[in-house]
Design a binder for this molecule. Structure first.
Ligand SMILES: Cc1ncc(C[n+]2csc(CCOP(=O)(O)OP(=O)(O)O)c2C)c(N)n1
Ligand SMILES: [Mg+2]
Length: 359
């Protein structure tokens, strides 16, 4: 006897197309102020990103990972969360920190190599930048399980890249979240690259790619919960899907995996040269789909955007970022910190180096 015993479908959601046309049936109920705020945060991230890139080029911070083109994923998701929900970022969601009232100074200290930057303000409810790929999934899943055990109505919101979905930690985290029906939402920033490794396998019989799975959203099915793919360059779609996932989680209906389909426009980091492994024509085509331009067209059609608004938002972003640059550069870390906060007890050679430094 033979029969099908399981089948599944994966939904794709887009609300705003590339020309800024909206699908009226799916348009979220957001006030004019909230819509303008979504745009404002995306501009702030872009201004921060351009400034951080310039600082890196001038040797004023270290290696930096740009967020250009992924703003809708970051802003749409965090905007959908309540302030009590905890955020578990990886390393590209700069604006998530700013939306949680972490000063620009902190981010620049972190990217400048001073861990004081990740000493985050009370009540920001966001974990520090996570460089080890995928490990934050465990923190997000564990925290959601803790919220459930403590009968709190809070959720966790975890960001991972497409590469994270191949790690053991990601799969273990999702499995635990599923078994405990944890109030957890996992956001995959599928920017289609993991440094030089493409997301999709285009060779019939050999690796060199992230996963042969048709979508990354479908990975949720294996753990017994929903996976949705969203146009990651459409801030309204990201917001709506994440909002619904958080409401579902808060009602005790378990986790959701949201795959945001976007594209990494810049190099992986300032230490990467993508011209060695990808076609610049494809990058150009994706640049036309970037999230700010599309959302601006939508706001224009709703008469919520004009030059005056743009200038005010740009000026606010510049003020905020410039102040952060000044504060970060005024901060003078103690060089001895590199000895004092790595090991509990200094090894003999480090002890010697510390003495040498001080002499
Ligand atoms: C556990 C672990 N293995 C390897 C690395 C090296 N590494 C840094 S970023 C990266 C690729 C990440 O790609 P993705 O998750 O798609 O995020 P993206 O950089 O594209 O935003 C790798 C392999 C790491 N940081 N952590
Ligand atoms: Mg990636």
């Amino acid at each position: 006897m033979q029969k099908d015993i399981a089948s599944f479908r994966v939904k794709y959601v887009q609300i705003l197309d590339e020309k800024g046309n909206v699908d009226k049936k799916l348009e979220p109920e957001l006030s004019d102020q909230e819509l303008r705020d979504l745009y404002r945060w995306m501009v702030i991230e872009r201004v921060f990103d351009n400034t951080a890139l310039a600082l890196q080029r001038e040797g004023r911070i270290g290696t930096y990972a740009q967020s250009l083109g992924e703003e809708a994923v970051h802003v749409g998701s965090v905007f959908a969360a309540s302030d009590d929900d905890w955020i578990f970022p990886d390393y590209r969601e700069h604006v998530a920190f700013l939306m949680r009232k972490v000063p620009v100074k902190n981010l620049l200290l972190h990217w400048g190599g001073s861990e004081e930057g990740m000493d985050l303000p009370e009540r920001s409810n966001i974990f520090p930048v996570c460089i080890p790929v995928g490990t934050q999934t465990l923190h997000g899943a564990g925290t959601a399980i803790a919220f459930k055990l403590k009968k709190k109505k809070f959720c966790s919101l975890t960001f991972v890249g497409d590469a994270s979905t191949s790690t053991g930690d990601f799969n273990e985290g999702l499995n635990f979240a599923g078994t405990f029906m944890a109030p957890a939402v996992f956001i995959i920033r599928n920017n289609q690259w993991a440094i030089s490794v493409p997301r999709v396998c285009d060779k019939p019989d050999w690796g060199g790619c992230q996963s042969r799975a048709q979508t990354l959203a479908q990975k949720a099915i294996a753990f017994g919960f929903d996976g949705v793919q969203v146009d990651g360059n459409d801030v309204l779609a990201v917001y709506s899907v994440v909002k619904e996932a958080l409401e579902k989680a808060r009602k005790g209906k378990g986790p959701t995996l949201v795959e945001c389909f976007s594209y990494r426009l810049p190099p992986h980091t300032t230490a990467d040269d993508p011209t060695r492994y990808r076609d610049p024509e494809i990058v150009k085509a994706w640049l036309k789909k970037e999230p700010l331009a599309r959302f601006k067209l939508y706001l224009q059609k709703k008469k919520l955007w004009d030059e005056k608004f743009e200038s005010a938002v740009q000026a606010e972003a510049k003020r905020m970022v410039d102040q952060g640059v000044k504060e970060a550069e005024d901060f003078k870390p103690k060089p001895t910190d590199m000895f004092d906060f790595v090991y509990e007890k200094l090894t003999p050679n480090l002890s010697e180096q510390r003495k040498e430094w001080l002499s």
